[in-house]
Design a protein around this ligand. Structure first.
Ligand code: PHE
Length: 455
């Protein structure tokens, strides 16, 4: 079957542009907000170790599989899976994998935007100096006054969604590539400054290091293992077609392996730095590491509130966080937008507004789950908790599992070999063993273990 021309489909201007965009997608709220709080909730060290293992053994091979499938199919995930399954003489039902990805991205965006909205609100709080000299209790109540007020939360959620739709409507090339090349290094420097500040807490810094890096396996529950694996997918933007669609804009000559390794390493370093910036403050202020989703919004204001120039640094930090969230949000919506543009012949602008508006509506559940709807529970979770659980712990790992089965078992060896074009045969073989056996078995064991069938 001949593949469609690349005409409506974009292409990155360079290899560097892809690396930046994919890193921009990977590095986001997941690293700076979510990783520290779930590590705290799940007991630290052992959880972190499992998470790192999942990045290396599952995340990296899945990322390579997604990029290669995307680049070979050259369209949005649904169409790509359709044309590749025809090409590989596999059932057309593989397109369902593409559909599940579109849906997962859309649901994640709905709550991602609400949290990113909080980060936006914090830009103004930080610059205005309300954090100066703040105590742990003060920081807590500042955060609660924001989340407890549905109107404010809604306003910020709306603003963030408009930001996201605007960039996606313009096409990824012109705006995003440039933005990300400046945000990522700046964010990195800010994190180092924060870790430097946290290092001044002396004993608490070492307490934080041992909390994060000394594994105590007695604290590791089946649930924690599932959360660690789900987060590996979330943080690397895998299992829902974001990296696949970005891969589809990639030129043939680029090495998928080198790029995937660099993206995964950068993403992991940012998460670990965020942990080392936040936990020393948690301990130094007598707070509990398992405070949950508000951890970042409570600890960092304390740091900025006591730091020379904290007003300025704090404001800048939250700006960078918003940008990092922004470059991730775009990739959450891109697969669905690309599908609309490529199949329904509507403009990028209309497609972005349609999907963005629908995600905004669904986001209302998350807005309300911090205030008027905090008692609307389903399976013991708030609406936000439920949407997050469903996507991160179920849909993304399942999407990732099907992606590697497709790359390892459905696609012919020649196809993946040709697309990956790895020079040293041993590397290709290692990847193939990982996607055919090790990673799928690992994902299945974690799932079965969680529902109590093994272990
Ligand atoms: N990886 C992003 C983060 O860590 C979130 C994300 C998930 C983006 C899935 C795209 C796809 O914040």
């Amino acid at each position: 079957m001949s593949r469609p021309a690349r005409s409506i489909h974009g292409e990155w201007s360079s290899r560097w542009a892809f690396i930046l965009a994919a890193t921009g997608s990977a590095v986001g709220l997941g690293n700076i907000w979510k990783f520290p709080y779930i590590a705290g909730e799940n007991g630290g060290g052992a959880f972190v170790l499992v998470y790192l293992g999942c990045i290396a053994l599952i995340g990296l091979p899945v990322m390579m599989a997604e990029v290669l499938i995307g680049r070979r199919g050259r369209q949005n995930p649904v169409n790509t899976l359709k044309s590749l399954s025809t090409e590989e003489k596999a059932p057309a039902s593989w397109t369902l994998l593409g559909w599940m990805g579109l849906l997962a991205g859309f649901i994640i965006l709905s709550y991602y935007s609400v949290i990113a909205g909080q980060a936006m609100a914090y830009v103004f709080r930080a610059f205005s100096g309300v954090f100066t000299g703040v105590t742990a209790d003060g920081a807590n109540s500042i955060h609660q006054s924001l989340t407890g007020d549905p109107e404010r939360l809604l306003a910020w959620h709306t603003l963030f969604m408009v930001f996201t739709m605007t960039v996606v409507a313009r096409g990824v090339k012109s705006g995003l590539e440039k933005l990300v090349s400046f945000i990522m290094p700046a964010l990195f420097i800010m994190l180092i400054i924060l870790v430097g500040y946290a290092a001044n807490t002396g004993e608490y810094f070492s307490q934080a290091a041992s909390f994060l890096f000394t594994p105590d396996f007695s604290k590791l529950t089946e649930e924690a293992v599932l959360v660690a694996m789900g987060h590996a997918f979330f943080t690397l933007s895998l299992g829902m077609g974001a990296i696949m669609v970005y891969g589809s804009y990639l030129k043939k000559e680029t090495s998928i392996t080198t790029m995937s390794i660099s993206i995964s390493i950068a993403d992991t370093i940012v998460a670990l730095l965020a942990g080392m910036a936040i936990f020393p403050l948690v301990f130094a202020n007598g707070m509990s590491p398992d405070a949950g989703f508000s951890l970042l919004f409570v600890t960092l204001p304390i740091a900025f509130g006591h730091m020379a120039g904290g007003q300025l640094f704090g404001g800048l930090f939250f700006i960078l966080l918003v940008f990092a969230a922004w470059s991730s949000a775009i990739s959450l919506i891109e697969p669905a937008v690309a599908w609309l543009v490529e199949n329904k012949q509507i403009s990028r602008r209309r497609a972005s507004v349609t999907i963005g508006f629908a995600a905004w509506l669904l986001g209302l559940f998350t807005v309300f789950s911090f205030n008027i709807g905090e008692n609307w529970l389903l399976f013991g979770m708030t609406m936000f908790g439920l949407l997050d659980y469903l996507t991160t712990n179920i849909m993304l790992p399942l999407g990732g599992l099907l992606t590697i089965i497709f790359a390892g078992w459905v696609m012919a060896k020649e196809s993946t070999k040709d697309e990956l074009a790895i020079r040293l045969p041993i590397f290709y073989h290692t990847w193939r063993i990982l996607v055919r056996y090790i990673s799928p078995i690992a994902i299945i064991i974690v799932f079965l273990n969680k529902i109590g069938l093994v272990g």
